[in-house]
Design a protein around this ligand. Sequence first.
Ligand SMILES: O=C(O)CCC(=O)C(=O)O
Length: 220
Amino acid sequence: MRLAIHPRIVEIANAVLMPNWLLSTLQSIRLHPGESEQPWHSDDLFYHWPRPRPLLALSCIWALEPFTATNGATQLIADSHRWAAQHPDQMGKPVVTAEMPAGSVLVFDGALWHRGGANRSATTRLCVSPQYCQPWLRPQESQLLIVRPELARTYPPLARAVLGYSIHPPFIGQVDGMNPQRLVDEQYHSHGRTHLHQAAAAADAVLLRPQVLPDGSVAR
Ligand SMILES: O=C(O)CCC(=O)C(=O)O
């Protein structure tokens, strides 16, 4: 989880995703000797939205062991996040092999075509892959069932927020009409009224916004 909220990654996520972005999945992947190439794919393919599309998700691959061309370093097609329906097999574009020392991280738009390489070495290749999504999308994993409130209470505030103990104003992520941060943050009510008032005002703005109907009348 500490890798998932690494300050350098948080900086990037803050720059490219909307505030209140979420951790969509946190996976570890160990390629064993003899593993073959993975099929080309993008990490946001389960969001059914025509390509090219605005950024929906951000992917990271942390090399916990060195990534080399022989042990299955991730392969990517540069700029392919901008493609429409094209597939790498049709396009014949150069393949970039992400060779990198252990401790490095690869960060890319979730729409980018990529795959794990074939492991032709005698050792394993281990990575951890946190992936993030916009705050108004359903994360790939149900994080609140993976990190229950009892455990989440022991986590730093940012970790709790990206797991979903947070809302995207006015109320995406609410639990029984309330901000789930209440379940894990004992100080929730003593943070001052400002943030509560801001959240309530954002909710009211949506709930109470008058709607003009096609005949010109106003529905409330
Ligand atoms: O292991 C890798 O290099 C990439 C893995 C990947 O893209 C995936 O499993 O979705």
